[in-house]
Design a protein around this ligand. Sequence first.
Ligand SMILES: NC(=O)C1=CN([C@@H]2O[C@H](COP(=O)(O)OP(=O)(O)OC[C@H]3O[C@@H](n4cnc5c(N)ncnc54)[C@H](OP(=O)(O)O)[C@@H]3O)[C@@H](O)[C@H]2O)C=CC1
Ligand SMILES: CC(=O)C(=O)O
Ligand SMILES: [Mg+2]
Length: 761
Amino acid sequence: MARKNGQDGQGPSVSSEEALEFHAMGRPGKLEIVPTKPMATQRDLSLAYSPGVAVPVKAIAEDPSRAFDYTTRGNMVAVISNGTAILGLGNLGALASKPVMEGKSVLFKRFADVDSIDLEVATEDADEFINCVKFLGPSFGGINLEDIKAPECFIIEQRLRELMDIPVFHDDQHGTAIIAAAGLINALAITGRDMKTTKLVCNGAGAAGIACIELVKSMGFSPENVILCDTKGVVYQGRTEGMNQWKSAHAVKTEARSLADALDGADVFFGLSAKGALTTAMVQSMAKNPIIFAMANPDPEITPEEVAEIRTDAIMATGRSDYPNQVNNVLGFPYIFRGALDVRATTINDAMKVAAAQALAELARKDVPDDVAAAYQGNRPKFGPNYIIPVPFDPRLISAIPIAVAKAAMETGVARKPILDLDRYAQELSARRDPIASTLQRIYDRVRRQPKRIVFAEGEEEQVMRAAVAYVNQKLGTAILLGRDDIIKENARHAGIELDKPGLEIINARLSRKNGIYADFLYERLQRKGYLFRDSQRLINNDRNHFAACMVALGDADGIVTGVTRNYSTALDDVRRVIDAKPGHRVIGVSIVLARGRTVLVADTAVHDMPNAEQIADIAEEAANFARRMGYEPRVAMLAYSTFGHPQGERSERVQEAVRILDRRRVDFEYDGEMAADVALNPRVMAQYPFCRLTGPANVLVMPAFHSASISTKMLQELGGSTVIGPLLVGLNKPVQIVGLNAKDSDIVNMAAIAAYSAGT
Ligand SMILES: NC(=O)C1=CN([C@@H]2O[C@H](COP(=O)(O)OP(=O)(O)OC[C@H]3O[C@@H](n4cnc5c(N)ncnc54)[C@H](OP(=O)(O)O)[C@@H]3O)[C@@H](O)[C@H]2O)C=CC1
Ligand SMILES: CC(=O)C(=O)O
Ligand SMILES: [Mg+2]
């Protein structure tokens, strides 16, 4: 059961060469600093530096809270270490800890959009360390202490918490304890155990070990049922060797002296010590359904393979990403700081920690969306022994944990800036993680105010059912699944999807009372295009796209989403037999490209193969209108391989002609061309053409032909790290959206929401 992730048990484990190559490639290390304000002109310089910078200086001197408005402080966390307990590798010094600290900083950014910088402090002396860090408060919104060994870490953290008015959080203590507690809550539930009577042995009495047992005791474990061990064996009452006050606080009265003694009959093992500390004989001696969290990094106390050889009834977790159940503080620290920063918390207190653990435990019990299934190479995890905790790539973490932490901070009075609208905060949180979310947020908000009936034409498909459920759950309106009732229900049961909820309807086209009306309607449209009445009847009874399109055309639904079982152009042809272009409009495809915080619309990415000049001008108009509907003031670049006549060529002439047509039409948006993509997007390159009529970088790119549109958007997606939504169909008389064949449930919901949005008021 304890199998590495991935196909055939092959996990993403890496070789030493790969690890070094990864860190050395390009710019050495894992971080760079990128300005957030333009620094292109003399004016920019005057604003960012002298004289302009004096103004925020004075404002902050008058009111220190303004630093959150004018500087990076409110979103900036320092990851600070002296390298005395680097993972489980031991004391290798401050410099050697830098790759781990850079890594933690990157994870802050990647998972929770927290800016972070690593600081390595070259001293093992607690007082010197405290003295160094205590002066750094003005620079940061929080301090994440990392890989500092016990017992100095306890003194350092406690003292800095007293001295500083921002959160100081030793991640190896509390981050680890929170995640381990979340996993434990679920493992106990799966094995039917009660905290009060469960026996836990923790190997490792350092930063992580002590914090973990403190948290489990505060959650309900009996102190006499929790035994702590270290390199000298059991921490028992009366022991003198290798002790300190933090270990003494957890010393128990027991005859057990070794880890093996302590584990005999124990229910739970927590490993926060070192590679190989747990033997198979010890595992053998544990109680039925033992819970084994071997959390030492990079190599656990025992491997899942070793456990699987001798016991099949264990729940097994490690700190690594290449086995199921990764119990690692990466699931916590980015999100805990996110919540703390967002309410400008003065500290991270126990209530905030418990709230994070509970939110994490609850998340593992919920149905898993496609994005998470993708993180498991397509094996959709189900709550159980091999899935007790979400994976770090779970996109739900960013909304679930910070909100729980922020709420707890407000309830316990440590929030300097309480959040009044938590629903909006949840939306802002998902926008931080995923730029699509912010672009789509407006759409979702409006649809929620005016919910719509959307037909999900391929209702028997699993991802479509999940999308329909999500559509209803997000209060976007009614979701209609089109398909055979019995098959839909059977597929849903098999996939563990609950369809029985208000707002979710199933319609079987073949049995619908509307068939006759739809067939008549379709025959009206197709009788002069070579179709017999029987052909229309067949299309309505057998083809869900035609049926769905008729529902929308005749007002029985507001919009359609389809596409997972047919290629794009087939689905479009089906729909076009029923639904025309809006009068005076041209049907085109627009893709939304989100790259590095910038949103650009690209057209036509779906319909016109080799548009002529007139058609290119139409595409520009449709795309500009669409941009306005999405809330952007369009600046349209008519793209070509050439810029303003150089070099000349047949395709460029067509684009030049399209610009002249727009001139004659006197359209009411900014446009210019023909121009190359760098001219359109880069203000410095555009500045070489001072006559260019665009007032800034283009946000709508009209491509000269379908191939360039399709190739460039797909390359941006695959190589450029951009997110591409679409193509979205624009210009049809009724809202229809066609997803790609590989669409995930989240893509389908987004398209359904866009269709609902287009349905308007
Ligand atoms: N999965 C996760 O998220 C995390 C995992 N960890 C892992 O936990 C481990 C400890 O880290 P941390 O608490 O920060 O380090 P510390 O240096 O603070 O503590 C280490 C503790 O482990 C004990 N120890 C070391 N080797 C053994 C052994 N073979 N048998 C029994 N006890 C042993 C030490 O005993 P003694 O007191 O006698 O010296 C000490 O109590 C590391 O492997 C680290 O990677 C830590 C944080 C997060
Ligand atoms: C994960 C982590 O912080 C550690 O192993 O030290
Ligand atoms: Mg650590």
